[in-house]
Design a protein around this ligand. Structure first.
Ligand code: GAR
Length: 193
């Protein structure tokens, strides 16, 4: 995906549902002088998402869409994305499934981060399932979003070792640290930088 035009930064929207630590790390990345992206829009399905506070702090336009009526929410979303000239979407802990129609409209321009070594453990409760299966390794994956859940082309992965006394919480924490490093790297890769 080559989106860079001249010296313009790739206008990016980040979708979140909760804490937004990946959003925070992407924000930090975007604030770097030589960063290829700018974050211009933040979307959440959850009005209580902690990550929304960063939007306020960094004066980024935010919009909460409840997704109860997916067709309507996505219609509003498409309007906003267009209005803000958004060229790339980064899903960062966004827990809603986007429709095929929406994904088609942004084909090849939606990235997601998932806390497992895909294709293993798609969907929810990844850490619990990895531990129950006595996996020796886990990790995180940044991939393109296609119409099948957590199944798009893999961009980058980071593998980590599961310790002896690992718990769901400790594993999630360990992987999250790697997620924050992996997402910016994956963006650079996607933009051929
Ligand atoms: C992250 O671990 C992310 O990989 C995961 O949710 C967490 C969000 O944390 N995403 C998924 O499970 C998507 N299927 P954050 O809100 O602190 O970035």
């Amino acid at each position: 995906m080559v989106l860079l035009t001249g010296y313009n930064r790739v206008r990016t929207a980040v979708f979140i549902s909760g804490t937004g630590s990946n959003f925070k790390s992407l924000l930090k990345f975007s604030k770097n002088k030589i960063s290829p992206i700018s974050i211009n829009l933040i979307i959440s399905n959850n009005p209580k998402a902690k990550g929304l506070n960063y939007a306020k702090k960094f004066k980024i336009q935010k919009k909460v869409l409840n997704f109860k009526n997916k067709i309507l929410s996505e219609k509003k979303l498409l309007f906003l994305l267009k209005k803000n000239n958004i060229e790339m979407i980064c899903l960062a802990g966004f827990m809603k499934i986007l429709s095929k129609n929406f994904i088609k409209k942004f084909k090849g321009k939606i990235l997601n981060i998932h806390p497992s070594l895909l294709p293993k453990y798609k969907g929810l409760n990844t850490h619990k399932r990895a531990l129950n299966n006595k996996e020796k390794y886990s990790g995180c994956t940044v991939h393109f979003v296609n119409s099948r859940l957590d199944s798009g082309k893999i961009i980058l992965q980071k593998k980590i070792k599961i310790s002896k006394n690992e718990t769901e919480t400790s594993l999630a924490k360990k992987i999250l640290v790697q997620e924050h490093k992996l997402y910016p790297k994956a963006i650079l890769k996607v933009l051929n930088l």
